[in-house]
Design a binder for this molecule. Structure first.
Ligand code: F6R
Length: 637
């Protein structure tokens, strides 16, 4: 998704903006641009392609071919700094664009400007009524340069400014005309001391520096300058000067809010010695899980875990009386929901419906006020998930959100929020967010089980004790990752990879297949193992790798038979299990996971699958952090 930055201060804005945009690269983009006020005019530079292309365009210098690794990064940084020699000014806005309306091109890139070049804006989101607004503006003689929805905003703003003579009033009036979602950054030649920023349904933060202030779509962009931020709320505006920031609502009334202090440091948002964010984040899972579970597990005086505690604990009564849990999410977060279905049924004996959020909202779902509605979203900004949340609330349901992002829209709109404390997840493919989501869902199921009397004190203690041991077990798997790396180096050219499993393991199969296809572009699918014989087995040939996930001892015989079925048809078979002996003669390779109960094993079985996906991507020469066509935060439907 698009990334926005803005700077007002005493430094040269050009390189500050480009370097800040670099920190937002993880969001995915296809073009980049900046607008800087030089004291005389607003200079705009924008290009299709990467940020390096922007620095090259501004400086006229090209990064030499053949540079790799640190040499390349150093050169790119040097070039970004050099842009200050070409565009001088200490007020500016910048943007990385992920195309929605209009192809990726120089003209469609942001910032966009009014016809006389005196107002410039960057935008993240979608203006839903842009076609109608554009037609009206064109009829009044406005000439559009791009195919974007965004350009209507700057021309509208221009009209309102000419009518009111006041840029702030013009912004407010413009916002009232716009439908859709937006985070906006605005600069105006006649107001060279300020940036105006606004948000509705798209994330935007304000970074508070000393003699300088920033806007950004996300914290990593400003972390090298400040840790003090305002998370702009829904329908809020900020006017930033170099020495202070004023906040307003969309009615133009001043509002007061407390700044937040960001605890995590730059290292948490950079690669910290790993080759890619994805492998770094896979390795951060023991820590993320420990951080997420520590404040939630209640112990008695002897140190025995006895209960679960969530900071925002408003819904105990609802859990006692609910008949059903409804879970909606997208992608990986949805897969966490599928695992949760098995967990809630088994531990809390509750009926569970799990839905892909993009489907849920269009099918007139049957909802009951007594249902508990759970949304899961790493970013807390996924448009489909948000719409599902809103639909549930419109129907009078209480919503519990599980998210990794403090201040995200999901976190603000839900009744009850459970944060996964995984730290920032930068790689597009979700890993540590997924396992911490699973952990929160397990904790919630145990809590619900206790409240509903389906879990005894003894069983709760047993499950919680086992959960406490999970981070060390993941570490054990990570310590043996070379086996997986070697296997990936033998299998990365396979035509088809099928993941099979039963019950909890069929849910892990879904996530494992998604991870592999996302980063390695290998064709991978997941099947409930018993379904093979109803069709998919026709695809099996010697170019197929079948990965069986087998952590449910009661089903070893069944999945073992499925493994034999595919092996006898020429497939290579790998099993992920805690009991290699159970599959002797039925498999070509084993990834062993540490001993674990079948109820909780899903947090472990996914780890070898994440590593396998990562190593296949690297073997095939792809950058796992930036899979093609994918964005980290999908804020459009
Ligand atoms: C897969 C992945 C996506 C996200 C999905 C939902 O690795 O990251 O499938 O899980 O786009 O995103 P969130 O969790 O931010 O709502």
């Amino acid at each position: 998704m698009c990334g926005i930055v803005g700077y007002v201060g005493n430094k040269n804005a050009t390189s500050v903006l480009i370097r800040a945009l670099k920190k937002l690269e993880y969001r995915g983009y296809d073009s980049a641009g900046i607008a800087v006020y030089t004291g005389e005019e607003i200079v705009v530079q924008k290009v299709k392609g990467m940020l390096k292309n922007l620095s090259e365009r501004i400086t006229g210098e090209v990064i030499p071919e053949g540079l790799k690794g640190k040499e390349y990064t150093d050169y790119e940084n040097k070039l970004a700094l050099k842009t200050d020699d070409f565009i001088k000014g200490s007020l500016g806005i910048g943007h990385t664009r992920w195309a929605t309306h209009g192809e990726p091109s120089d003209l469609n890139s942001h910032p966009h400007t009014n016809m006389d070049g005196t107002i410039s804006i960057v935008h993240n989101g979608i203006i839903e009524n842009y076609a109608e607004l554009k037609a009206k503006l064109q009829a009044q003689g406005v000439v559009f340069k791009s195919q974007t929805d965004t350009e209507v905003v700057v021309h509208l703003l221009d009209q309102k400014y000419k009518a009111t003579g006041d840029i702030f009033k013009a912004v407010i009036e413009t916002l009232h005309v716009l439908e859709g979602s937006y985070a906006l950054g605005v600069i105006c030649k006649n107001y060279p001391d300020r940036i105006i920023a606004a948000r509705k349904e798209s994330p935007l933060i304000v970074g508070l520096g000393q003699g300088e202030n920033f806007i950004a779509s996300d914290v990593p962009a400003i972390l090298e300058h400040t840790r003090d931020v305002y998370y702009l709320g829904e329908r809020e505006l900020a006017v930033l000067y170099n020495d202070h920031v004023d906040l307003f609502n969309f009615e133009g009334e001043k509002i007061i809010k407390e700044p937040s202090h960001v605890e995590w440091d730059m290292d948490a948002a950079t690669k910290g010695g790993y080759e890619h964010f994805m492998i770094k984040e896979i390795h951060e899972q023991p820590k993320g899980l420990t951080d997420t579970m520590r404040p939630r597990i209640v112990k008695d005086d002897s140190g025995k875990p006895v209960d679960v505690f969530f900071e925002e604990n408003k819904m105990d009564d609802a859990w006692k009386t609910a008949d059903r849990v409804v879970i909606t999410a997208c992608g990986t977060a949805y897969h966490a929901g599928v695992v949760a279905k098995y967990a809630f049924e088994k531990i809390a004996r509750m009926k569970v419906d799990v839905d892909v959020a993009s489907e849920f909202r269009y099918r007139d779902p049957i909802l009951d006020k007594k249902d508990i509605f759970i949304v899961i979203s790493q970013s807390g900004e996924t448009a489909d998930t948000l719409s599902a949340l809103r639909l549930a609330k419109e129907n009078g349901l209480k919503v519990v959100a599980i998210t990794n992002c403090v201040g995200s829209t999901v976190s603000r709109e839900a009744d009850d929020v459970i944060y996964t404390l995984a730290g920032p997840e930068i790689a597009v493919a979700s890993t540590k967010a997924y396992t911490t989501q699973l952990l929160c869902l397990y904790l919630l199921a145990i809590k619900a089980g206790k409240l509903r009397g389906t879990v005894s004190e003894e069983e709760a203690t047993k499950l919680l004790t086992e959960l406490e041991g999970i981070p060390a077990k993941i570490q054990q798997i990570l310590d043996g990752k070379e086996v997986i790396q070697k296997f990936a180096s033998q299998q990365f050219n396979k035509d088809k990879i099928f993941y099979i499993g039963r019950q909890f393991d069929s849910a892990t199969s879904l996530e494992s297949a998604l991870k592999l296809k996302e980063v390695s572009y290998m064709h991978s699918e997941a099947f409930a193992a018993g379904e093979l014989k109803h069709g998919p087995i026709a695809l099996i040939d010697p170019q197929t790798l079948v990965v069986a996930i087998a952590s449910q001892p009661a089903l070893y015989d069944k999945i073992g038979s499925n493994m034999v079925e595919v092996k006898s048809r020429g497939a290579t078979v790998l099993v992920i299990t805690q009991d290699e002996k159970a599959f002797e003669g039925k498999t070509d390779e084993v990834f062993k996971i540490p001993e674990c109960s079948d109820t909780l094993a899903s947090i472990l079985t996914v780890i070898p699958a994440q590593l396998f996906a990562y190593y296949c991507a690297v073997q095939r020469g792809f950058d796992p952090d930036k899979p093609r066509n994918l964005a980290k935060s999908v804020t459009v439907e």
